[in-house]
Design a protein around this ligand. Structure first.
Ligand code: NAD
Length: 280
């Protein structure tokens, strides 16, 4: 299960921005050929222009299982094999107090964050089993190891990605296939510009935390390029669950050792953030 990035063939979703773009740059810098995919054609073409010889753009919606399967299959066919698949595309979904969230607000986040990862894993895994090698890397978040009040839907999808990745990791090892899950704290990307769903934004009592302020005070906000290099090193070391950021690691450890203390801290932080916004 060794990972050699030089001359590897990698497929990345959500590559038109943020972490996906940083992963493409880090992979190309280490000698890989990268199939960079995103629902945003302009974004992914912009990613590819920085590394025109090694990053190849493809417009793919991760919620579309057929499109994901075709893109990963074509990458493996065109290049003779597929060494790394990064299921990275994600959105924040409905942020804010859960009392305003309705079931339809879950549709997009389940389709993108959860089904998107399932689609990528299900397309890549049989190919890698046949190859007897390869590595699947799913982007979860520190929110997949710690409950995040105010981000119930997001945290739910990220916990599910951690569960999927760790369960499959044990099964895949027998075929020489690696599975890792990325759990970074906050990183400076456009995903932090969180807006509430249109149909609840006008609710007079609606309240959601100021995400940048909250993250600055909790995990801190780090650089996605630094994270991408750290992630590639940790994938090569095959550590499985890759937590990034000192504070994120501390919180994750605390969450493991004492869920009760974590819940208490969460309750206090959320109550203090919400102060003055409890009517309605
Ligand atoms: P970003 O918004 O910069 O990038 C996300 C990319 O995903 C965008 O290019 C977007 O077009 C693409 N995308 C959205 N829906 C898609 C779909 N249906 N099909 C294909 N592509 C789609 O955000 P980011 O911070 O780079 O986020 C990447 C991943 O990292 C997400 O899964 C996110 O949850 C996770 N993450 C981010 C942070 C952070 O603080 N930035 C922290 C932990 C985890």
């Amino acid at each position: 299960m060794t990972v050699d990035y030089n001359e590897a063939v990698a497929w990345v979703s959500g590559a038109g921005s943020g972490i996906g773009r940083s992963l493409c740059g880090a992979l190309a810098g280490r000698g890989a050929t990268v199939i960079a995919t995103d629902i945003d054609r302009e974004g992914v073409e912009a990613t590819a222009t920085v590394h025109p010889n090694s990053v190849l753009p493809d417009c793919v919606d991760v919620a579309d299982a057929d499109a994901v399967t075709a893109s990963i299959r074509d990458a493996a066919t065109d290049h003779g094999r597929i060494d790394l698949v990064f299921n990275n595309a994600g959105i924040t979904g409905p942020f804010g107090e859960y009392r305003f969230v309705r079931t339809h607000h879950w549709d997009a986040i389940l389709d993108t964050n959860l089904r998107g990862v399932i689609n990528g894993v299900t397309a890549a895994y049989p190919i890698m089993v046949r190859q007897r090698g390869g590595h699947i890397v799913n982007t979860a978040s520190a929110a997949g190891l710690l409950p995040i009040p105010g981000a119930v839907a997001y945290s739910t999808t990220k916990y599910a990605i951690v569960g999927l990745s760790r369960s499959l990791r044990a099964e895949a090892a027998g075929y020489g296939v690696g599975v890792s899950v990325l759990c970074p704290g906050a990183l400076e990307t456009p995903i932090l510009d969180i807006a509430p769903p249109d149909d609840i934004a006008d609710e007079p009592a609606f309240w959601m935390p100021d995400a940048r302020k909250l993250f600055r005070r909790s995990t801190g906000i780090k650089d996605p390029d630094d994270f991408a290099h750290y992630a590639l090193d940790r994938i090569a070391a095959d550590v499985g669950v890759i937590v990034y950021g000192r504070r994120a690691r501390t919180f994750a450890r605390l969450g493991r050792l004492s869920p009760r203390v974590t819940d208490r801290v969460n309750r206090l932080v959320f109550a203090s953030e919400r102060k003055g916004n409890v009517d309605g």
